[in-house]
Design a protein around this ligand. Structure first.
Ligand code: NAD
Length: 283
């Protein structure tokens, strides 16, 4: 058997068409501001993608740069002024922040209805209640990929999420639970205990977000499973995921390529969140 590819690029293109049409129907052009403290080469790809997608979809975009040495107080002042600016609909605090700034503290100062990456505790909490309008982009992208598979009923399925970060694994586990998927979350301690293969082998849905190339062996993958690989690793100049793709593809029913799976969808979800934020601000 050879798995069908879950084409994130094509899915993102369709989603962006719908978002673009929705933006054209809004009273004003939505405005997104990304705040960056200092320079970080790791942020450049994401920043370019934000700008390019904003331009293509009819979103006004501004990158607001603060000096590397800016203090928490200065950053909070900038956030407050963006929160109060009626012309700004979405705010991104670009990660990573310099070491002297506490990212968790800073996220609390964002207006929850302008928090297009869903990092504010209120937006995280809404996921627990199944009420979230603005969702963490990568976790929501995984759900989008699952929902794109025709004829697949999520209700009652058994899933394994590997990775329990605040931006991917934890919110994703809650999104799956909200769909009545029986969900196991594995993490570093599962790996250290040596029981990771056990959990992976049982999973009808396997979602991996760790950042370690080849962590998931192809022969652990259950026959017919849906495999979503969130991991991004650079190996000998090539981007690869966390799952041994060639071997996994022989066993899985569906699998995401890396690149071209989860990645392209995340920025489309970011723009969908911006439209949601815009609408919440009109209420
Ligand atoms: P993170 O570093 O915050 O979390 C890593 C998780 O992996 C932790 O829960 C940790 O406990 C777990 N882990 C580490 N070693 C393990 C092991 N040996 N066995 C089992 N679990 C282990 O990472 P993150 O920010 O969630 O990102 C994870 C990966 O996803 C990275 O490669 C990142 O680049 C990628 N990512 C991709 C996108 C995208 O758009 N495609 C978005 C966000 C993150």
């Amino acid at each position: 058997m050879s798995a069908k590819l879950l084409d994130g690029k094509a899915l993102a293109a369709g989603l962006k068409e719908r978002i673009k049409a929705e933006i054209q129907g809004l009273k004003t052009k939505p405005k997104l501001v990304s705040v960056q403290v200092g320079e970080n080469p790791a942020s450049e790809v994401y920043l370019r993608s934000q700008r390019k997608n904003a331009e293509n979809l009819g979103v006004e975009y501004r990158l607001q740069k603060l000096d590397e040495k800016a203090t928490e107080v200065q950053l909070i002042k900038v956030i407050n002024s963006l929160n109060n600016d009626k012309g700004v609909n979405g705010i991104i605090i670009q990660m990573p922040l310099p070491g002297h700034i506490d990212a968790k503290l800073i996220s609390q100062y964002l207006s929850p209805i302008k928090d297009v990456e869903a990092v504010h505790p209120q937006n995280m909490g809404e996921i627990v209640f199944g009420n979230a309008k603005i969702l963490p982009c990568t976790a929501a992208s995984c759900m989008e990929l699952l929902n794109s598979i025709e004829g697949i009923e999520l209700y009652g399925k058994e899933a394994c999420v590997v990775g329990h970060s605040e931006i991917v694994g934890k919110p994703l586990a809650l999104l799956l639970l909200n769909k009545f998927v029986t969900t196991t979350v594995c993490h570093i301690a599962t790996g250290q205990r040596g029981t990771l293969p056990e959990f992976v082998k049982k999973a009808e849905i396997l979602i991996v977000a760790v950042g370690k190339a080849g962590l998931i062996k192809g022969d652990w993958v259950k026959e017919g499973a849906i495999v979503i690989d969130v991991g991004i690793n650079l190996v000998e100049g090539k981007l690869v995921g966390d799952v041994e793709f060639d071997k996994a593809q022989e066993r899985a029913g569906y699998i995401t390529p890396v690149p071209g799976g989860v990645g392209p969808l995340t920025v489309a979800i970011l723009m969908r969140n911006l439209v949601e934020a815009y609408k919440l601000q009109q209420k």
